[in-house]
Design a protein around this ligand. Structure first.
Ligand code: FAD
Ligand code: SF4
Length: 474
């Protein structure tokens, strides 16, 4: 455990504190039975204490880890001084969704991984401070954002998808004075933030608040508009001077093993959409339940798998297994989410690879057959390759299986836009530095271009595209 040492903050007599303030959380025995938020957030005292640890490095390496370029030392200094409303303004210069990013961004592999304090101890809890500043504003500062109306008739830009990429691109374009409209296929905004990430990690009231903020800038969202069905990109281009495609990666991958069509098999995408968007977690208040067995296996090891497992537990499953073919070290999910899953009693069947889902005479799942794996040489991803141990097959009794092994880009727009250049994974090919696609005036970014990634990367891509659209329209 890192401890305070006698090193001084440069130019001051202050000792460097290498220990971060703990995040208060709901007790695991209680929270596994409810959908309320797990992490409870810093209060003024703990936020100030944590912010005061920041040594305000001249080179601020933390800033290089932020895809939306927040001035991290500046906002932290304002928190340390108790100037919370100024602090959130500083964040919002670059980030339109701070309460969301403060909750779900993988800071440990981005800004916090570069924090100077991390070399000898615990890095500054940048994400938790961002969340504090955003939550403080929501609780204490009335919204003073006014609608930004174009002074002269401004060029019209269409944005497809209201996930983090689309929302960010739209807000930035609006600030530059464009006339922006978002077309969203669902009846609600937010993309994965709404239908994927569960309430206990990202309360929907927080998402609503941040979308409302973007609305107050003057960004209009038209719902139930499936671009590629109601209108094609070509048709949109007749009315709009530029188009940004941020349609995400919502196409679930399957294992392609026998038994995947049995009753009780879900893709994580379908399962989480039923629970979050269709509000199965509020059944019977909402009459759209999601069937849930007593023994549940979730195949995969990313954030989507952890979310599915923890949702299954909260819906009443008695035993929930994460089935993952590599070891704990290779789990791609955020470390904090893995820890929370362990605390709540999720069982980890590691180095385990499913090969068959076995049903009963009525077509319902009875058990899942797996093979034991061991780790071999690193593969192309740099992670150790899982190798089958011969004659190691075994079965686990199950009545629900959730497949969470990844998603690909939504195919509708690529399929209905023949001039778009498409990559081998079905992604829209873009110039990473500009977001340009193969069609002049059409830009893309976020998961539809990169494949399933992160909220902040999608936001970064939205920002880059907004700048390029501005340049293109001049
Ligand atoms: P999306 O969020 O997918 O939004 C795309 C939007 O476009 C959707 O609203 C969709 O309805 C709309 N759309 C699609 N097609 C059309 C069309 N034809 N016409 C009109 N609209 C259309 N990332 C993190 O950083 N941290 C996490 O903790 C994390 N947890 C995750 C948990 C789950 C369960 C999942 C699934 C993902 C998670 N991610 C996480 C990944 C992250 O959410 C995504 O990388 C991010 O949302 C991508 O943003 P996007 O705007 O590109 O796409
Ligand atoms: Fe503060 Fe860490 Fe950034 Fe230095 S690297 S300015 S200590 S947050």
């Amino acid at each position: 455990m890192p401890i305070d040492d006698n090193k001084k903050t440069p130019g001051t007599a202050k000792k460097i504190n290498y220990i971060r303030e703990k995040m208060p959380v709901q007790d695991p025995s209680k929270r596994k039975n409810n959908f309320e938020e797990v992490a409870l957030g810093y209060n003024e005292e703990t936020a100030k204490k944590e912010a005061s640890r920041c040594i305000q490095c001249k080179t601020a390496p933390c800033k290089n880890g932020c895809p939306v370029e927040i001035d991290i030392p500046a906002f932290i200094k304002l928190v340390a001084e108790g100037k919370y409303d100024e602090s959130i303004k500083k964040i919002k210069e670059k980030n339109n969704l701070p309460a969301i990013c403060g909750r779900v961004c993988p800071q440990e592999t981005q800004c916090e991984s570069l924090c100077t304090l991390g070399k000898k101890g615990e890095p500054i809890a940048i994400g938790r401070l961002e969340r504090f500043a955003a939550d403080y504003e929501a609780a204490n500062v009335p919204s003073n954002e006014t609608k930004i109306s174009p002074s002269t008739p401004a060029p019209k830009v269409a944005v497809i998808g209201s996930g983090p990429a689309g929302l960010t691109c739209a807000a930035d374009l609006k600030r530059m004075g464009y006339n922006v409209k978002i077309f969203e296929s669902l009846h609600a905004s937010g993309g994965v933030l709404r239908y994927g990430i569960p309430e206990f990690r990202l309360p929907k009231s927080i998402l609503d608040r941040e979308v409302k903020y973007i609305n107050t800038l003057g960004v209009e969202i038209e719902y139930n508009m499936i671009i590629g069905r109601v209108a094609t990109i070509k048709e949109l281009m007749q009315e709009y001077k530029a188009v940004f495609i941020g349609s995400g990666a919502g196409l679930p991958y399957f294992l392609n093993i026998p038994g995947e069509n049995l009753n009780g098999v879900y893709s994580a995408n379908e399962f989480l959409t039923r629970v979050n968007l269709m509000k199965a977690y509020k059944f019977p208040q909402f009459d759209t339940p999601a069937a849930m067995g007593k023994r549940v296996g979730v195949v995969g090891g990313g954030n989507v798998a952890m979310d599915s497992a923890r949702v299954a537990l909260r819906l009443g499953a008695e035993e929930v297994y994460i089935i993952y073919r590599r070891s704990e070290e290779e789990l791609p999910a955020r470390k904090e989410e893995v820890e929370h899953a362990h605390e709540e009693g999720i069982k980890f069947k590691l180095l385990t690879n499913p090969i068959k889902i076995i049903g009963d005479s009525e077509g319902n799942i009875k058990e899942i057959e797996c093979q034991q794996m061991e780790l071999g040489e690193p593969d192309a991803s740099g992670r150790k390759r899982p190798v089958v141990i011969k004659d190691s097959e075994f079965t686990i009794p199950m009545d629900t299986v959730i497949i969470a092994i990844g998603q690909g880009p939504n195919p509708l727009i690529p399929q209905t836009t023949s001039e778009l250049s498409i990559g081998k994974h079905g992604n829209i090919v873009t110039n990473e530095k500009t977001g340009e696609t193969s069609i002049p005036g059409v830009f893309a970014g976020g998961d539809v271009a990169t494949g399933a990634a992160t909220v902040i990367k999608a936001m970064g891509a939205g920002k880059i595209a907004a700048k390029s659209i501005d340049k293109y329209l001049h």
